[in-house]
Design a protein around this ligand. Sequence first.
Ligand code: NAD
Ligand code: ZN
Length: 376
Amino acid sequence: MHTVAVQLGRRRYAIKIGAGLLRRLGGECVRLKLGSRCAIITDTNVGRRYAKETFNSLARAGFSPSLIVVPAGETAKNLKTVQMCYDLLAAHRLERKSFIVALGGGVTGDLAGFVAATYLRGIAFLQVPTTLLAQVDSSVGGKVGVNLKAGKNLVGAFYQPRLVLCDLDTLKTLPEREYRAGLAEVIKYGIIYDAKLFAQLECDLPKLLRRQPGTLAGVVARCCEIKADVVSQDETESGLRAILNFGHTIGHAIENISGYGKYLHGEAIAIGQVAAARLSARVLGIPGRDVERIAGLFKRIGLPVTINLKTLQRKRLLAAMKLDKKVSGGEVKFVLAKRIGKVEFGCKVPAELIEQSLNSQPLGAAKRSGDGSTLN
Ligand SMILES: NC(=O)c1ccc[n+]([C@@H]2O[C@H](COP(=O)([O-])OP(=O)(O)OC[C@H]3O[C@@H](n4cnc5c(N)ncnc54)[C@H](O)[C@@H]3O)[C@@H](O)[C@H]2O)c1
Ligand SMILES: [Zn+2]
């Protein structure tokens, strides 16, 4: 088992990564000296597979768990579902010392974390992430929240979990497309922080695609370490934490104009990261070879790296970028790379360059068919 510490003073916590951890959840909660009553919040897909084991582990350790199952999918990440959770928590008589276990992907973690942050002005919660994206990204760092009709994650809080338990066995049942999309976040850590990790991913990709346990454990742990390192330096995103948004300015805009459905988040940020790499060549002079390595790795995973937009769609994309909540004073700022492993944030980029970065092939490379994806 790997353990990564998130150093946040009194709110510090551990991320534990390994196989078979779900059945040890109860013991971990005993060690944290949590109150006896608790609620597991999960979604229909994850609950069907893992709720029983989670429930039994807690019950065996002497806790009284109740189970709250919400519909699977992004559309359930809203205030109506939050309200339903509050009502069930109250019905199960959860109190200040009680705690919540978020069992599922990023949707469940964000939702259950928000419920925990606000119910009785905040009760303890644990993250038990079951998607690759949630294990390497959303479960760590304390951003919790839900969507409004006006946009994603517009209501939320910074609220840290007491423990993150990444049971790698749960990834065995993750659909292939979700797994590959999660790898886009993994690659991001290599680009923004760790050239050695990037090189390891290039080398170990076949093993990772087979979900080989040993390789996966090391890679998930390294990603958590990087996220923990960044978050502990800048918990509430006043500076450095912005680097985690590499590829996300364009990625979020793609998700937005395509109506949150055509692309999974990881797919949209694969396009976004390759576009950001191309912009980096123009703005920061990242070597062409690095841009090719970045695009090459996404392609090997089968993730999209370009998007074919009609003129009107391109306008909508640029407009969507300006609406991103990370924009300040109407100016879009980018995270760009100087080289693989080193990025800068707060970079200003002219709109024409953004457009070019989406469609053009990097540095005169020949266009290969099948790399681009089309937005209808
Ligand atoms: N808080 C943060 O810092 C942060 C960071 C990144 C993303 N997010 C949020 O995360 C969400 C996306 O998370 P996600 O990609 O995990 O999506 P998700 O939670 O919707 O999970 C994807 C799908 O996989 C299913 N699933 C989950 N685990 C499974 C398993 N082990 N076996 C089989 N099926 C399983 C789910 O039911 C769902 O259908 C978005 O809402 C995004 O805003 C938050
Ligand atoms: Zn992301």
